[in-house]
Design a protein around this ligand. Structure first.
Ligand SMILES: Nc1ncnc2c1ncn2[C@@H]1O[C@H](COP(=O)(O)OP(=O)(O)OP(=O)(O)O)[C@@H](O)[C@H]1O
Ligand SMILES: [Mg+2]
Length: 262
């Protein structure tokens, strides 16, 4: 197992590059939503046979690729807005962990269309990820619920995306350390080689062993999670074994622990 703890924070709000990202993504969003909207409207309003098969296929592709681009742009917007958030803008409160685990995993399962399996009777069967949540319903941590949801969603998305198993097994769990609450996401996916472990929290870093540039996403998710942890005075760490799986843990100081440290 390779184990890397990332304690250093990456305070880059007001960073000019982040401002440019924010500007670009907002400029792209409006025309993109118009393109997607028209493609969807034509598809939903035309009667069968009205369009040639070429035109139907082209529209479906425009719609699908447009949606993908839209997800990428939303991610840029999310990244730039969290990056420019100041520490005192974080709305920390006691929040329940289990509902976050449940709603985020529901969302990620819906998005995972990679495992449509042809069964023996030639029907397509969806074999979604097997998700296990281990967290008491009353467990609470002191954190900003919206930001925690974003962080868990990014980890969960990775656990689903970098995983070719059937079924994909993903575990979301909570445990306590002396003065910290730990949320973790474990998967049985492709794992991460030791030489990449130090770099995966860098902005735009993606492991692309074949240099194809084809991995979906920006390589921003973990940089975003690291920023969220820094805003909470917490840390992110990764343990991974190539070919076996990965566990990413988020450590939040318990309520009052930060004041005690100061
Ligand atoms: N659970 C995981 N298993 C295997 N590899 C992972 C896992 N999580 C992250 N990685 C590796 O770390 C890289 C960086 O992750 P990160 O979430 O920042 O970017 P991304 O998922 O590629 O893109 P984005 O999050 O912007 O959509 C990934 O491209 C992947 O190579
Ligand atoms: Mg990601």
């Amino acid at each position: 197992m390779t184990d890397k703890q990332s304690d250093k924070t990456d305070v880059d709000h007001k960073d000019p590059a982040t401002r440019v990202l924010s500007l670009i993504s907002h400029k792209i969003k409006t025309p993109l939503s118009i393109i997607n909207g028209y493609a969807e409207a034509i598809l939903s309003q035309t009667k069968p046979g009205e369009l040639s098969s070429f035109a139907s296929k082209a529209l479906l592709d425009i719609n699908k690729q447009g949606e993908k681009l839209s997800v990428l742009v939303d991610k840029l917007v999310r990244f730039s807005s969290v990056s420019s958030l100041a520490k005192d803008a974080v709305k920390k409160d006691m929040m329940k962990v289990r509902p976050v685990f449940s709603s985020v995993s529901g969302k990620c399962v819906m998005r995972d269309d990679s495992l449509n399996i042809m069964s023996s009777d030639m029907t397509i069967r969806f074999q979604g990820p097997a998700i296990e949540i281990k967290c008491d319903p009353d467990t609470e941590i002191y954190a900003d619920k919206a930001l925690v949801s974003i962080a868990v969603e990014e980890l969960m998305d990775n656990a689903v995306k970098f995983n070719n198993n059937a079924p994909k097994k993903i575990r979301l769990f909570y445990y306590e350390e002396e003065d910290r609450d730990v949320l973790a996401v474990a998967d049985n996916g492709v794992g991460i080689k030791e030489e990449h472990i130090n770099k995966i929290f860098e902005k735009f870093y993606q492991i692309d062993d074949f240099f194809t540039g084809q991995i979906e996403g920006w390589g921003l998710g973990l940089a975003l999670v690291k920023r969220i942890m820094s805003l909470h005075g917490g840390t992110i760490s990764v343990r991974s074994q190539y070919g076996v799986g990965t566990i990413i843990s988020l450590r939040f100081p318990k309520h009052g622990a930060l004041q005690k440290q100061a």
